[in-house]
Design a protein. Structure first.
Length: 154
């Protein structure tokens, strides 16, 4: 009888844990979507360049624990190791790629954009290889990035 009660309690605890996990991922997804929407809104307003840069820097610092300077200084191998060490969820990795892509646009021919784009490809690789996730949006962005990098010899 006691074994049955323990099994029932364990099953109930598992259900509660699954519920908390779903809530966590839903909240994380909503938070990342809000940040990206805010960045997109600011990007559309030419007079908001300073605010856009501020929100971008704040997002990197608070959500990803890195500055743009640190991000740009990391080699691709070090960046990949940093991603592994951070153990970001697929949702957070996708958000990082989107934030970096917004920063790299409008694909200006500069070193910063090229470095960011190479790092976005690394994030996409990790999403595909480690989390087995792809999206048509990311596939399209990957193709645009690879085309840009090929044209600019990066």
């Amino acid at each position: 009888m006691a074994a049955v009660q323990v099994a029932e309690a364990a099953a109930e605890a598992g259900k509660i844990l699954d519920m908390y996990r779903k809530d966590y991922f839903l909240n994380e997804t909503q938070r990342m979507a809000q940040i990206i929407a805010r960045l997109l809104g600011l990007k559309d307003k030419a007079e908001s360049r300073e605010e856009l840069q501020h929100v971008y820097n704040h997002t990197l610092a608070i959500e990803f624990s890195i500055t743009e300077k640190e991000l740009l200084e990391l080699s691709l191998e070090d960046f990949k190791q940093w991603l592994i060490n951070q153990n970001f969820s697929a949702v957070k990795l996708d958000a990082l790629a989107q934030v970096l892509y917004l920063r790299a646009e409008p694909h200006e021919n500069d070193v910063h954009a090229s470095l960011l784009m190479q790092k976005i490809i690394t994030v996409y690789d990790m999403l595909e290889q480690e989390h087995h996730q792809q999206s048509f949006e990311n596939i399209g962005k990957r193709a645009a990035i690879q085309n840009y990098l090929k044209q600019h010899g990066a």
